[in-house]
Every structure is written in C-alpha cells, then in structure tokens.
Design a protein around this ligand. Structure first.
Ligand code: ADP
Length: 161
C-alpha cells in the first residue's frame, strides 16, 4: 500500500491546503495529514482544534487520515511507513523554503520522496496568516476556507473581541 504524509501547521486549514490534500489523495492509497504540534510560529488554534477542523473538512475523502505529531517530520514519516511527503507550492515564496526542506529531508531519510504539487491559480495568494488577519478584521473569508473553519474563525474572533 502506498502511503504519503502531508505535514504542516494548518492554522487553520484553507481551501488551498484542502485542494492539495484532495489531489494528493488520488495519487496514493492513503494520505496522512500531519499536524505539527509546535510550529515555529505563533498559532491561533490548538493542535486538537487544528486536527479536528481538518478531520471535518476531509470527512468525504475515505483514504485521508489526520494525525498530529511533535517529533521530526521524517520520524513521523517512518512511523507511519510513508514513502512520500507531499507539500504545496505557491508561485512566489514557497520554492526556496520547500527546496531547502526537500534537501534536508533527503539527507535525513533518503528513501522518502518529496512530492510538491502546484497550488491552483485561485489559491496562489492564500495563506493561513493572511486569512487570520483578514478574519480578525471582519473580512469575508467564507470562499477561502472549508465551512467548519469559517465558523471556527468567526467564533474565535468574536470571543476575542
Ligand atoms: P508550514 O508551517 O509547514 O508551512 P502551512 O500550514 O503553512 O505549514 O503549509 C503546509 C503546506 O501547504 C506547505 O507545503 C505550504 O506550502 C502548503 N500551502 C499553504 N498554503 C497553500 C495554498 N494556498 N495552496 C497550496 N499549498 C499551500
């Protein structure tokens, strides 16, 4: 069985992430979305909240699972017996970062293939950080995120207001 991981912060999941997951799920028998427990940046949603929102968003994809992990990504890949790691590439800033990550991953775990899928045009400029900024200022973000995420963002910012 071919297994791939799709790791990330997903704080929160956007339609850009969901599109990558949906397409990757067609390439492998099983796709495991891995939620970093401690991303290297400030987070709005707890690990459990982020994982649960993804679970709701991918409920219609039978071969997609969600797990959180706190260890090195390659160790997570080994644990779940993944042969590939999927990442999404937007036009501008992602390439260098993803390239460096691919090189490091190859060094640490040569058997793991690094698979980058290009973001669809409509999601090229969509990032979780911009989304949170827009949502915090009352912007309409409904078209950019799965439904449960839109509700969770509204709740979060209402409770902080
Ligand atoms: P990380 O902290 O690992 O960058 P993110 O949640 O920001 O976690 O992103 C996870 C993966 O999804 C990364 O490969 C990122 O490039 C990709 N990604 C983020 N936003 C989009 C988008 N709008 N379209 C396609 N891929 C995306």
């Amino acid at each position: 069985m071919s297994i791939a991981i799709y790791p990330g912060s997903f704080d929160p999941m956007t339609n850009g992430h969901l599109d990558i997951a949906t397409r990757a799920a067609k390439l492998f028998d099983k796709l495991i979305i891995g939620v970093y427990e401690n991303p290297n940046k400030p987070i709005l949603f707890s690990t459990e909240e982020r994982a649960e929102l993804i679970r709701q968003a991918v409920a219609h994809l039978p071969n997609v699972e969600v797990q959180s992990f706190g260890r090195l990504t390659v160790d997570f890949a080994k644990k779940v017996k993944a042969k590939a790691m999927v990442r999404g590439l937007r036009m501008s800033a992602d390439f260098e970062r993803e390239f460096d990550m691919a090189m490091m991953t190859k060094k640490l775990y040569p058997e793991l293939e690094f698979v980058c899928l290009m973001s669809r045009v409509e999601y090229q400029f969509l990032s979780s950080s911009l989304l949170k900024e827009a949502a915090s200022l009352g912007g309409d973000i409904d078209d950019l995120v799965p439904k449960p995420v839109a509700s969770a963002l509204k709740k979060k910012f209402q409770s902080q207001a």
